[in-house]
Design a protein around this ligand. Structure first.
Ligand code: ARG
Length: 464
């Protein structure tokens, strides 16, 4: 970036140049250059509309289109020199255009302000990025469905309070995350729908006296329509906040999954292994294989949460309409997008490489009296009130604990001593397989239900 002096288009009313420190403080070019593609897209649509409305002539339009095309090529090739003195992406591009095509470049800003320009750019940027987020979420969901299908029969301990609770299948557990990401995708799609309205035409804040055609620009840029109110159009960034909020939820879901992967990879669990390419070693302890990637997913959730709070705070006390505060919306938003897209890409690859250890899961399941509820339900089905059944099973669990074995391993003579209702068919419900099989309803963990849920999930993705 060049830091040399260049006069801002607004410097006419000023008697001295802006102090260097102030220039750096107020400039946004070091980060908003990322909006360049969208800025040019917006400018071309605006210029075409100006020509259609006879506000500029056809020759000017041709010059503007050619100039902006050349500038875009330069930017893409990394050859464009951004100037700090020109403050932001909008003024940099406009100045470069005028240097190339003369007066036509100076006419581009007719009926427009940087206020409606930047509001348009961010919406175009975010719409584009949301499409990438949706793709990333989609591929994570696909991987989860494959995992669920492949492990529909693999029993694992389901936990509450991180204590063994009841048997579930690994497939069922993966489907829980599928549901979370499915909702996340819907939220992102909603956010996209709400932001897809065109601010251009609002100009600085009050609209413009030129005979513009906002609807034409909206259609040209793929918006669903125009923002109804000019003050609102230039001032609110609720769509960026909404995106960050949806992103924070995605990250929160990944953070929970990451936490589980970290626990499951600990040899005390030993439920899974992550491919080496997603782990790192220790510089001092030669034996170590650390789950750095899931740890960073958990960690990066913190910065996305921070960006959400930052944007809410940025917006909260701003009077209408545009204020320069809004320039601070970009860095948190860009970083949220970058973090989220990286997380999605790496998560889908990592999950695809997940190695599952069913024997360790079964082993853990045999140590936590995981089928105690099934025994209580068995007694209830034979006529005992549930609270009494709970009591009977609690006593049986205590006896198993004293012998250092699982409830399901208690010999029949001993187990049947706890209630006359206990007969030899009890082992069908005490077994892990029996417990899983019995949960045959929509949303239940029976392997057959997991397979049905996977099939339904595929249809839901296709229809979404
Ligand atoms: N760089 C500015 C921003 O990001 C562009 C709009 C500037 N508008 C103004 N009136 N100073 O918000």
């Amino acid at each position: 970036m060049s830091t040399g002096s260049a006069f801002s288009p607004w410097s006419g009313r000023f008697s001295e140049p802006v102090a260097e420190r102030v220039q750096r403080y107020t400039a946004s070019i070091s980060f908003d250059y990322r909006l360049a593609e969208f800025d040019i897209q917006g400018s071309i649509a605006h210029a075409r509309m100006l020509a259609r409305q006879k506000i500029i002539d056809a020759v000017d339009l041709a010059d503007i289109e050619r100039g902006l095309g050349e500038i875009l090529t330069e930017i893409r090739a990394g050859q464009f020199v951004w100037q700090l003195a020109l403050e932001d992406v909008h003024l940099n591009i406009e100045k470069a255009l005028t240097a190339r095509v003369g007066d036509a470049g100076k006419r581009l800003h007719t009926g427009r302000s940087r206020n409606d320009q930047v509001a348009t750019d961010i919406r175009l940027y975010l719409r584009y990025q949301i499409d990438a987020v949706l793709e990333g979420l989609q591929s994570c969901q696909q991987v989860l469905l494959e995992l669920a299908e492949r492990h529909a029969d693999v029993p694992m301990p389901g936990h509450t309070h991180l204590q063994v609770a009841q048997p579930v299948t690994f497939g069922h557990h993966m489907l829980a995350y599928f549901e979370m990401f499915f909702r996340d995708a819907r939220r992102m799609a909603d956010c996209r729908r709400r932001l897809n309205w065109l601010p251009l035409g609002a100009a600085a804040l009050a609209g413009t006296s030129y005979p513009i055609d906002r609807e034409w620009v909206a259609t040209a840029l793929g918006f669903d329509g125009v923002c109804e109110n000019s003050l609102d159009a230039v001032s609110d960034r609720d769509f960026a906040i909404e995106f960050c909020s949806a992103a924070a939820l995605v990250m929160m879901h990944f953070s929970r999954l990451a936490e589980e992967l970290i626990l499951w990879m600990n040899p005390r669990f030993g439920f899974i292994d992550l491919p080496d390419r997603f782990c790192t070693g220790s510089s001092i302890m030669p034996q170590k294989k650390n789950p750095d990637v899931p740890e960073l997913m958990r960690g990066k959730t913190g910065r996305v949460n921070g960006h959400l709070l930052g944007l809410l705070t940025l917006m909260k006390a701003q009077p209408l309409a545009y204020n320069k505060d809004n320039q601070e919306d970009k860095e948190p938003l860009f970083d949220t997008v970058d973090t989220l897209l990286d997380t999605l890409a790496i998560a889908s690859e990592m999950l695809a490489g997940l190695v599952v250890h069913p024997a360790a899961m079964l082993d853990a399941l045999r140590q936590g009296h995981a089928t105690a509820t099934d025994l209580a339900d068995y007694l209830v089905k034979k006529g005992l009130p549930f609270r009494d059944a709970h009591e009977v099973v609690a006593r049986a669990v205590r006896a198993a604990e004293m012998r250092g074995i699982d409830l399901a391993a208690l010999p029949y003579e001993e187990l049947s001593g706890f209630s006359v209702l206990i007969a030899s068919d009890v082992y069908a419900v005490l077994s892990v397989e029996g417990s899983l099989e019995s949960r045959q309803h929509r949303g239940g963990t029976a392997p057959s239900e997991v397979r049905l849920a996977v099939a339904r999930a595929r249809e839901r993705i296709a229809a979404a």
